[in-house]
Design a protein around this ligand. Structure first.
Ligand SMILES: [Zn+2]
Ligand SMILES: [Zn+2]
Ligand SMILES: [Zn+2]
Length: 118
């Protein structure tokens, strides 16, 4: 008998990183936080490009593509995943943290870490 718990989610991800079988999400989140706990932090999923921004000291959200809430009244700057990846490339990063299991590559620098998923 087919058991839904035994599937490999990564083989069923849609363009928004959601498993079409069980509904779990598998974003590869990167942020430009400097870990000071102050100021605006931009975050993006390096796979699907969903982004959000929040105030680090208060946790107040400017906008978010992740939680499905409507922050459409936010007209400020939205950083793209390319901009955040570029910042990580310059600042240095751990490839393993940004591994895309599907392609087997680091989503920041493109280095191949594993065999791609078949
Ligand atoms: Zn799944
Ligand atoms: Zn995503
Ligand atoms: Zn890398």
């Amino acid at each position: 008998m087919e058991n839904n718990n035994k599937h490999n989610c990564y083989q069923h991800l849609d363009s928004k990183c959601r498993c079409m079988v069980c509904g779990k999400t598998y974003h590869v989140i990167a942020t430009d936080s400097n870990y000071s706990g102050l100021g605006r932090v931009n975050a993006a999923c390096l796979r699907c490009g969903a982004t959000e921004a929040f105030e680090d000291s208060t946790g107040a959200t400017y906008y978010s593509d992740f939680d499905g809430k409507d922050y459409s009244d936010y007209y400020g700057y939205r950083m793209t995943k390319e901009e955040i990846a570029e910042g990580l490339r310059l600042a240095g990063h751990q490839c393993e943290r940004y591994l895309d299991v599907i392609s087997g590559k680091c989503l920041v620098c493109g280095k191949k870490l594993k065999e791609p998923l078949k």
